[in-house]
Design a protein around this ligand. Structure first.
Ligand code: SF4
Length: 361
């Protein structure tokens, strides 16, 4: 069975996922996925030289219907500039194969000849933070490229795994990297390959967890349902006492896993119900309700002014992001803006987060 690197964060944790997902008919592609595909397309077009700049693509639509807007063009141009700044030989959207089951297409990679460094970057256009440390998807690409280069006698002393995520805020910045030795990378890649081999077993057990949130099979998976019911039972317990800090840490881990899993199951079951209603099935007690967006004018500003005597175009200061979109220099905007710190929020530390932050500085 072929395994997709983009879902490796699921099948490395649940060996049953590839087979179970393959039995689920494909559903509608959501807006975040369409937008991400469009952003990757713009990057590819510029990196391959099909167009000169991302701005040239504003107004064009990807075949999935997503329109390239100035905001996207600006983010992607900065990504392209970053990739090009590596120098060396840059490859983009080139299929690579790790083994007989696992193959995929990295967004971009560069081989710096004199420094013997392999850089593999992945563009993430969504808002859910993705970290580079032992990121299975990018490590699959890097492992495959490293094997290919080694077979050709190319020396690689260091591998840099990068995640470029322009729209989500992270204290480590929008371009986060994990720099490692080839041996370190390949020892992690070995664990991915072992998980990939386990997924070939038609009777592989399903292992529910936080990763279920993104699994296509969540609506039809009995293990996921059973785990969610267990979560309910645990939360319904009447026992009362203060927890130790170790118990608090474990409970936070548990609640995070439980809420991710429940979220995944809810959206998968809702998608299944919506699809069946479209096929004219009735789900007792549920219906599809028309929702309404924010009100908007259907006439130009001059008409609004004439009809109401009020000016609908009250001038107000643009945001820093809007000013950048209008063409202001990032450096100037950085000097005249600040990012206020809001109340701190409890957040789970990703494995290797501090080590990586330290390495980057
Ligand atoms: S829903 Fe969870 S347990 Fe079930 S197949 Fe998907 S990842 Fe595995």
């Amino acid at each position: 069975m072929d395994l997709r690197p983009s879902s490796s964060h699921i099948w490395t944790k649940c060996a049953a996922m590839p087979l179970m997902s393959s039995r689920v008919p494909p559903g509608d592609v959501g807006d975040p996925a369409r937008e991400g595909t469009c952003a990757a397309w713009v990057a590819e077009m510029v990196l391959t030289g099909a167009v000169s700049t991302a701005a040239d693509m504003v107004g064009q639509s990807h075949e999935n219907g997503w329109l390239v807007e100035p905001d996207m063009a600006q983010h992607i141009q900065k990504y392209v500039d970053r990739v090009r700044s590596y120098g060396g030989e840059i490859h983009t959207e080139r299929k690579v194969r790790l083994n007989q089951h696992i193959a995929g297409t990295p967004d971009a990679f560069a081989v710096l000849g004199s420094d013997h460094v392999l850089i593999v970057d992945d563009l993430k256009y969504g808002f859910g933070l993705v970290e580079p440390y032992q990121n299975p998807q990018v490590c699959i690409y890097a492992g495959a490229i490293l094997r290919m280069l080694t077979a050709r006698g190319v020396r690689v002393d260091r591998v840099v795994i990068g995640i470029y995520q322009p729209r989500a805020w992270s204290p480590a910045g929008i371009h986060r990297i994990w720099s490692c030795y080839p041996e370190e990378l390949m020892s992690f890649v070995k664990t991915i390959e072992e998980a990939g081999n386990a997924a070939q077993n038609p009777n592989a057990p399903a292992t529910p967890g936080a990763h279920c949130e993104y699994c296509d099979a969540a609506a039809t998976c009995a293990a996921n349902a059973a785990e969610n019911y267990r979560v309910y039972e645990r939360n319904a317990s009447q026992q009362q006492r203060h927890m130790t800090v170790e118990e608090l840490a474990k409970e936070l881990d548990f609640l995070e896993m439980a809420s991710d899993m429940l979220k995944g199951r809810k959206s998968a079951v809702e998608a299944e119900a919506a699809a069946r209603m479209k096929r004219a099935e009735t789900i007792p007690g549920w219906h599809m309700e028309q929702r309404a967006g924010q009100r908007r004018f259907t006439v130009p500003a001059a008409t609004v002014r004439a009809l109401t005597g009020l000016d609908p175009e009250v001038s107000k200061m643009v945001t820093p992001a809007e000013l950048e979109r209008m063409g202001a220099s990032d450096a100037v905007v950085a000097r005249i803006t600040e990012t206020p710190r809001t109340a701190p929020r409890l957040k789970k530390v990703a494995p290797g987060y501090y080590a990586n932050l330290f390495k980057q500085r």
